[in-house]
Design a protein around this ligand. Structure first.
Ligand code: KIV
Length: 349
């Protein structure tokens, strides 16, 4: 919160005025002097909400831009700035496909990580039922509940300024009963503030997709390897390698487009088939393990950041090894605490 201070100075000799941020000001001034201003700033703020001091012939003003002072608490407080950003919409995704601009999508489950992903410019954030694996430690996606998905989704929505937030309908909340599917989708939209839902399957969930769509809720489809049916498939290997399954998948993709889905995830199918699907429908096809000839890519964020170190399928590109990075940092912290190196003189009040 200290960083929300804005710093202004007027040079008394030249009359030149300058506005700079907290870090720039700290670099420019004698650090101890700056810290002493900060230490007393809250008490000394005058009615016009500025603090005045002088050093080396300069008049200094510190403007508090926020009302709470985070240093008063042991927790970190997130204050959302109001940013003017152009939000990603389902229509824009379609336009991106039309102009051949690839769509980048990642999963997200919590507020803090989502802020980073959104700030980096991700187009779609999927609150995936993979939360069941990476957040809750279950072996499959089946156990996660609608309430738990809503909890994750609301945390993500609170952090997002730009990305389109899509939420998975969890297992057992839509299959075989289109009214139940509609109610589940409505609960997600109402209680989390998300922008769309995703559900797994083709013709067998057509009724559910139609009914949800009619209520004005955008639906993303998911074909190929559909993890909620893992006990039917028996394995997580590549799907639709045989012609019959490939033909059925292509027909299902066309049906999902007809039903009004705004996009489809294709998971773990041959790249050639994914290309054929992408060329056969007008809506964006987002691949995971489906090769490069689709309209966008999605990965589970914990996998691409190397947090889930034991999961390394061929399609995964790991951009960081956070498992090792975090483990190293925590090992250092433990050593510092045990050796009484932390906290030092400056890290106390
Ligand atoms: O739940 C999930 O993370 C997903 C992605 C793998 C697409 O459905």
């Amino acid at each position: 919160m200290v960083r929300a201070l804005c710093f202004a100075s007027i040079d008394l000799g030249t009359g030149n005025q300058k506005l700079s941020d907290f870090d720039a000001a700290r670099n420019e001034l004698d650090e101890a002097f700056f810290d002493s201003i900060l230490a007393g700033w809250w008490r000394k703020i005058t009615k016009d909400k500025s603090f005045l001091a002088s050093q080396n012939g300069q008049l200094l003003f510190l403007y508090p831009l926020m009302t709470k002072f985070a240093e008063n608490t042991a927790m970190s407080i997130h204050k959302k700035e109001v940013k003017k950003v152009k939000k990603v919409t389902t229509h824009q995704l379609r336009a991106m496909k039309d102009r051949n601009e690839k769509i980048a999508m990642l999963t997200a489950y919590d507020f803090s990580m989502t802020r980073i992903l959104d700030a980096a410019g991700i187009d779609i954030l999927l609150v995936g039922d993979s939360a069941s694996n990476v957040m809750a430690g279950h072996e499959t996606t089946l156990p996660i509940t609608l309430e738990q998905m809503i909890y994750h989704a609301s945390s993500v929505v609170r952090a997002v300024d730009r990305a389109l937030v899509v939420v998975d309908l969890p297992f057992g909340t839509y299959q075989g009963n289109s009214l139940k599917a509609l109610n589940s989708a409505i609960r997600i939209m109402k209680e989390s503030g998300a922008h769309a839902v995703k559900l797994e399957g083709g013709r067998e969930v057509a009724d559910a997709i139609e009914r949800i769509q009619k209520a004005g809720v955008p639906v993303m489809g998911h074909l190929g390897l559909i993890p909620q049916s893992i006990y039917k498939f028996g394995t997580y290997t590549v799907r639709a390698k045989e012609e019959a399954e490939a033909t059925r998948l292509l027909e299902d993709a066309k049906l999902l487009e007809e039903l009004g889905c705004f996009a489809i995830v294709l998971e773990k199918i041959p790249a050639k088939l994914a290309k054929q699907v992408s060329e056969s429908v007008g809506i964006p096809i987002i691949g995971i393990g489906a090769g490069p000839h689709v309209d966008g890519q999605v990965l589970v964020v914990h996998d691409m950041l190397g947090i889930t170190y034991e999961f390394k399928p061929r399609f995964l590109r790991q951009y960081l090894n956070l498992y090792e990075e975090i483990k190293g940092a925590v090992t250092n912290y433990i050593a510092d605490v045990k050796s009484e190196d932390f906290p030092n003189d400056k890290e106390q009040y």
